[in-house]
Structures are given as structure tokens and as C-alpha cells.
Design a protein around this ligand. Structure first.
Ligand code: CP
Length: 301
């Protein structure tokens, strides 16, 4: 990973993934080794974010580095029409690493191709969100004690959900079984069902929550209003499912509900009180995992 961009989870071998998971545990136990002294990390966000940007910035601060960047591209010269390439080439003059979120699929790959310094994809449209996936894997390892042979239920916006797409690809190394629950209009794209079929990974698609007692992980996602060009289409699917506390009855004692967040209505607030609700701890794990990713890419560990 040293000196390389992280654009897609497919850029990483299973060994790379396991190393990041392992290093995340190291940073959880040793939160503030000053490895980034004298280094500058830029966060360049063309789309809103709370967790990804702030956990990256916390990770850099805890490692003793400094942060520059923008949380809203409208406050940058993008507003004056500056291209993505020119922005990246400019920010690369001021920093050692760029963390970028952008609404266009493929933008992170393009940025990595033109950039003289590594780019970390913090989400590119409906495509990929690899650092979320790595923190999800760390969360799964922490709660289940393993990554292998797990039954993962994925619920929600499987069509546009970049966290779902990245997680499916990463888990494919670890002999999973998947159950996909979505509105028929938000089914997993064919690209990913073909990916699973080619690898012989078992999965089923359904519209209801049946079979939850088999789940090790219930990974819930939001229907992303911002990905719909037609608001009527969004209205049609937005309230299709909602996880409530009673639905967790009969699930495995060690089953955990995960969600990349933000949540809208897809998990009732009452679920937060359940010991099976793991989404806020999951968000916390993001700091340790992003410390690990930065340390590996900058060749500091
Ligand atoms: N999970 C995630 O990407 O959250 P943010 O959009 O708040 O960064």
C-alpha cells in the first residue's frame, strides 16, 4: 500500500485487508503515536460528510499531523470553474496525501491518475467507499471474532449504496453468505450479483426481513435521496422498510446491527437501546482504521 492510492477495495489483497484490520486494533490500543509529525493531509470534500471527514481529521490530529482542505467545494475555486485535475494538482503542492469525496463515479480513479501524491477515495458517487469498508471489517472482526464464514444480511439501498458495494467485494475473500433485502427498484446491480455468481458465493434476494435469526451481521443502509434524479421515484421507495426493536427478537445473541450512517428512518430510535445496535461504535472504529490506512499509505508502519 505504501505510496499508492486507495480508490477501490479491489485495490487491496486479502493480506492488505487483514493487515489494516490488525493495525486498527493497534491504534485502538495506542491512539496517539506521533507518526505524522511534519506531514500535511488534505481533505477535499465535494459532497457532505460528518463521519468520514471528521474521523479522518481526528486520525491525522491523533497521529500528530496537520490538516488542510475544504468541507464544501463552494468555498473553494471549484466555484469559479476550476477543474478536478487543476484542484488536485494544486492541493498536491501543499500536502502529502489527499482524502477526496466526490459525487461522480470514477472521479477518485481519475484523481489518482493525475495526482503526484496518493489519493484516498472517501466515496465516489454510488461506486465505492473503501475506507468505510475497512472500518466495517474491523467492526465485524471485533464483534464476531472472525471475518470467515459469516451470514451477512444487507438491507436498503443496494442499488446506489457504495458502502454495500465495497463491503460485498471485501467480504468475498472470507467465504460469506449474503441475504439482500430491498425494494425491487433498489436491488443490487447486476455487476455485483455477477461478481458473486462468478465466485460461487451464495446469496439470496428478498423484499422482507424473513430469516433474520440466521444473521451474524445486519447491515442497514439509508435510501439516498441525493442519488435520485426523479423525486417521485425516491418517494416511492423511501419508507419501504424500517427496523424496529421487536424485529430483533429471536436473532443470535451475538448478532450486531451495523449502519454506515447517517440514519434517516430506516432504524427506529428504540433500537439504539439494544446491545445489538453497533452503529455508533462502528463510527468510532473509523478513527482507528483511518489511522491505520494513513500510516500504511505513507509508509510509516
Ligand atoms: N458513513 C459515512 O460515509 O458517513 P458520512 O457521509 O457522514 O461521512
Amino acid at each position: 500500500m505504501k505510496g499508492k492510492s486507495l480508490v477501490s477495495i479491489a485495490d487491496l489483497s486479502p493480506e492488505d485487508i487483514l493487515e489494516i484490520v490488525h493495525l486498527s486494533g493497534f491504534f485502538e490500543k495506542n491512539p496517539q503515536p506521533h507518526l505524522l509529525e511534519g506531514k500535511v493531509v488534505a481533505t477535499v470534500f465535494y459532497e457532505p460528510s460528518t463521519r468520514t471527514r471528521l474521523s479522518f481529521e481526528t486520525a491525522v490530529q491523533r497521529l500528530g499531523g496537520r490538516i488542510i482542505g475544504f468541507a464544501d467545494a463552494r468555498t473553494s475555486s471549484v466555484r469559479k470553474g476550476e477543474s478536478l485535475k487543476d484542484t488536485i494538482l494544486t492541493v498536491a503542492n501543499y500536502s502529502d496525501l489527499i482524502v477526496m469525496r466526490h459525487p461522480l463515479e470514477g472521479s477518485a480513479r481519475y484523481a489518482a491518475e493525475v495526482s503526484p501524491i496518493p489519493i484516498i477515495n472517501a466515496g465516489d458517487g454510488a461506486n465505492q467507499h473503501p475506507t468505510q469498508t475497512l472500518l466495517d471489517l474491523y467492526s465485524i472482526q471485533k464483534t464476531q471474532g472472525r471475518l470467515d464464514n459469516l451470514t451477512i444480511f444487507m438491507v436498503g439501498d443496494l442499488k446506489f449504496g457504495r458502502t454495500v458495494h465495497s463491503l460485498i467485494m471485501a467480504m468475498s475473500h472470507f467465504n460469506p453468505r449474503f441475504v439482500f433485502i430491498s425494494h425491487p427498484d433498489l436491488r443490487l446491480p447486476r455487476e455485483y450479483t455477477s461478481f458473486l455468481r462468478e465466485r460461487g458465493i451464495p446469496f439470496q434476494e428478498q423484499t422482507g426481513f424473513s430469516g433474520l435469526e440466521e444473521a451474524d451481521i445486519l447491515y442497514v443502509t439509508r435510501v439516498q435521496k441525493e442519488r435520485f434524479s426523479d423525486p417521485i421515484e425516491y418517494e416511492k421507495v423511501k419508507d419501504f422498510y424500517r427496523l424496529t426493536l421487536d424485529m430483533l427478537q429471536g436473532t443470535k445473541p451475538n448478532m450486531r446491527v451495523m449502519h454506515p450512517l447517517p440514519r434517516v428512518d430506516e432504524i427506529a430510535i428504540e433500537v439504539d437501546s439494544s446491545p445489538k445496535a453497533y452503529y455508533f461504535q462502528q463510527a468510532r472504529n473509523g478513527v482507528f482504521t483511518r489511522q491505520a490506512i494513513i500510516a500504511r499509505i505513507l509508509g510509516l508502519m
